[in-house]
Design a protein around this ligand. Structure first.
Ligand SMILES: [Zn+2]
Length: 237
């Protein structure tokens, strides 16, 4: 039987192979050229950048995975100042809890909603998400744990994994379960988002809309859906 150490080493090797990209001789060369082009754009759009220097008024907050293949600004053509963006592994939002150590997502959403007054929050899941794959492969007893932090983070999406495993027939290809789990984890993060009072209240007032999205970079598709905010009908006691 493979030891835990060997398993950790093999998993990390697999991850580094996945992330491996050809490194140019000068790692900044491409960035320098791109920034030259940006400087020309900066000079041309002086009015826009003068306004952005004073303040930002994005209508969108986008929550996306840190995966290098899913940059929402690139995919959706978002210009500077158009979207407040949060990225983390598997685009997860933990539920509201003052005790939780996960303050990054909560503080970003709070700032976007309370101070920037964004009108839309979109949570984007994507095809072949490594974070969700690791979640699906995680053993309950933690015997195949391979990292110091990653498992603790992706466990936020555990309820989505259970929903996906119940929905997708056991004999289906893994890719089907994987896709379903990504979409369910987006739905879970949308629900978690709504557990924050600073999201729920403007949603109920119609000032904020929550959207789920799935970016499929295998087939070049982008699906979006809306989270309906249901308010119970008034009842006379
Ligand atoms: Zn991902």
């Amino acid at each position: 039987m493979e030891s835990v150490d060997n398993m950790q080493e093999r998993k990390l090797e697999e991850l580094s192979l996945e992330a491996n990209v050809a490194c140019p001789v000068d790692p900044f060369e491409k960035m320098r050229k791109a920034f030259e082009e940006f400087k020309a754009y900066f000079k041309k759009e002086k009015e826009l950048f003068d306004a952005l220097a004073q303040s930002q008024h994005p209508k969108w907050m986008i929550i996306a995975c840190s995966d290098s293949r899913v940059d929402p600004a690139l995919v959706l053509g978002l210009e500077l100042g158009e979207a407040f963006i949060l990225r983390n592994i598997a685009s997860l939002i933990p539920p509201h809890s003052k005790q939780s150590g996960h303050k990054s997502g909560a503080s970003a959403i709070e700032y976007a909603v309370e101070h920037l007054k964004v009108e839309h929050i979109m949570i984007v899941g994507h095809s072949r998400c490594g974070g969700i794959k690791a979640l699906l492969e995680m053993k309950e007893d933690g015997s195949n744990r391979f990292s110091e932090y990653i498992e603790d983070w992706i466990q936020i999406a555990q309820p989505a994994s259970e929903i996906a495993k119940a929905k997708v027939p056991h004999d289906s290809p893994f890719e089907e379960l994987w896709t379903c789990c990504v979409k369910e984890s987006v739905n879970l993060s949308l629900r978690n988002c709504m557990s924050y009072p600073f999201v729920k209240i403007p949603m109920e007032k119609g000032l904020l809309t929550l959207h789920g999205a799935y970016f499929d970079f295998v087939n070049g598709a982008f699906d979006v859906w809306k989270l309906k905010c249901k308010i119970d009908e008034h009842q006379s006691l």
